[in-house]
Design a protein around this ligand. Structure first.
Ligand SMILES: [Zn+2]
Length: 231
């Protein structure tokens, strides 16, 4: 049996690269063309440099940007949507869907989901989110999107590393990576000490920033190890 997967476009890149802006512009174009869509985002959100916990699990809710919050991709009522003529699915912060409630990666999620959605009648998927964790590892959903023929549009940002102290100017070189740092002392965590997904909401001082290669690969004495036990 052959199957035609949905056409998938992914907007990827570091913090502040305009991925979500592009996704919402796409939603505006779809609305203008009268193409119905439904938009979803995961219950835990990494946004605008801080890690904002949302209700993780339970009832779907709608946030201010017309994305319905769901816990997993399986919670999206695709059959009902297609029955209503909605064959375009929008996913914001979609890489977060790639992890279970214990923050472990879910294997084969991309292909399982797209194959099922294809059979259920989904024709188009637009997704946006980070392409890699702060430890440098690519998120599984993005890797599999590339592997299985999705269009992955990679955005860049400007490096936000403070080159002359916290109040100094930012580096502003081209940034393709994200870095996690401690807002209290502005120090980055050593890449290899970071998990692929942070403990949700437990560390209010952790922040994300876009960084260029020079400021991603800082010398050891300018970083500190990430200890998930320390708040
Ligand atoms: Zn830089």
């Amino acid at each position: 049996m052959t199957r035609k997967l949905p056409e998938v476009t992914v907007f990827a890149g570091p913090m502040g690269a305009g991925k979500t802006t592009e996704l919402y512009a796409m939603m505006g174009r779809l609305a203008h063309m009268r193409i119905p869509y439904a938009a979803f985002k995961p219950g835990a959100d990494v946004r605008d440099q801080s890690i904002v916990p949302k209700s993780f699990g339970g009832n779907a809710e709608t946030n201010g940007k017309n994305c319905t919050v769901v816990t997993t991709l399986d919670d999206i009522p695709v059959e009902t949507l297609v029955g209503q003529g909605i064959k375009t699915i929008i996913l914001d912060e979609w890489f977060m869907f790639g992890f279970d409630a214990a923050r472990r990666p879910i294997p084969d999620l991309y292909m399982r989901t797209m194959a099922r959605w294809a059979l259920q009648g989904v024709e188009r998927v637009y997704a946006a989110g980070l392409d890699q964790a702060a430890n440098g590892h690519q998120f599984g959903l993005v890797l599999d999107a590339r592997r299985f023929g999705a269009e992955v549009v990679t955005f860049t940002a400007l490096c936000e590393y403070p080159v002359n102290g916290p109040d100094g100017p930012h580096c502003s070189s081209v940034a393709r990576n994200s870095q996690i740092y401690d807002a209290r002392d502005e120090r980055a965590y050593t890449m290899d000490s970071l998990p692929s997904l942070l403990p949700e909401g437990a560390r209010p001082n952790d922040r994300y920033r876009a960084v260029c290669p020079e400021h991603l690969l800082l010398p050891a004495d300018e970083t500190k190890p990430f200890d998930p036990a320390i708040l």
